[in-house]
Design a protein around this ligand. Structure first.
Ligand SMILES: Cc1cc2nc3c(=O)[nH]c(=O)nc-3n(C[C@H](O)[C@H](O)[C@H](O)COP(=O)(O)O)c2cc1C
Length: 173
């Protein structure tokens, strides 16, 4: 165990929240962390929609079969990518860049003692379509995930799922 990287193991998905606010200042800190992520050729194709209205969170939750708890969160952040901005206009680069930003955001939430959970959108066509329609996304803006954020009501144990069987040396065989 290394103390220096324990903060990574502390990040766990939180799906139960207290009825307490996440401040705009905290949201800005999370977005600063997200936008500190690596990005292919520093194209920064990530775009973020901050959703606070309970009726909007309820509607979006209805699009996410595994995101029914989203309205219990104080904030939802829809992470999108701009295909026109991504390196080589590539969906793969867009998804990799957005995923790096999401992980930074989740680590920052944990560091601020907030609870957060990644709710998958991409590549599920129905979720992409519903969110795009509801949020009036232009064609070039691709929704990747929704992040539920709130004051946590639970504190899952820190952990890694380290498995030496997943690691090989030098070549596959
Ligand atoms: C691409 C992706 C999609 C996910 N979608 C959901 C989801 O829709 N609902 C949910 O509750 N958790 C979702 N998760 C969170 C995972 O379930 C969670 O990260 C995993 O069980 C490991 O647990 P941990 O985050 O506590 O380490 C998603 C995670 C990823 C990376």
């Amino acid at each position: 165990m290394s103390k220096e990287i324990d903060f990574i193991k502390k990040r766990r998905s939180v799906r139960k929240f207290r009825k307490l606010p996440v401040t705009d200042e905290q949201v800005t800190r999370l977005l600063e962390a997200a936008m500190a992520a690596p990005s292919a050729v520093a194209k920064d194709p990530w775009r973020f929609i901050v959703v606070r209205r309970p009726e909007h969170l309820r509607t979006i939750a209805g699009f996410l079969p595994n995101g029914g708890f989203l309205p219990d969160a104080d904030v939802g952040i829809i992470v999108c990518g701009d295909l026109d901005a991504a390196h080589s206009n590539s969906l793969s680069y867009l998804l990799q860049d957005c995923s790096a930003a999401i992980e930074n955001l989740l680590l920052a939430a944990s560091a601020l003692d907030l609870g957060a959970c990644w709710l998958g959108v991409h590549p599920r066509e129905d979720r992409i379509e519903n969110i795009s329609k509801f949020c009036k996304l232009p064609e070039n803006i691709i929704p990747v995930a929704v992040i539920a954020i709130g004051v946590p009501a639970i504190a899952p144990d820190p952990r890694t799922r380290y498995n030496p069987a997943y690691v090989r040396s030098e070549k596959w065989q």
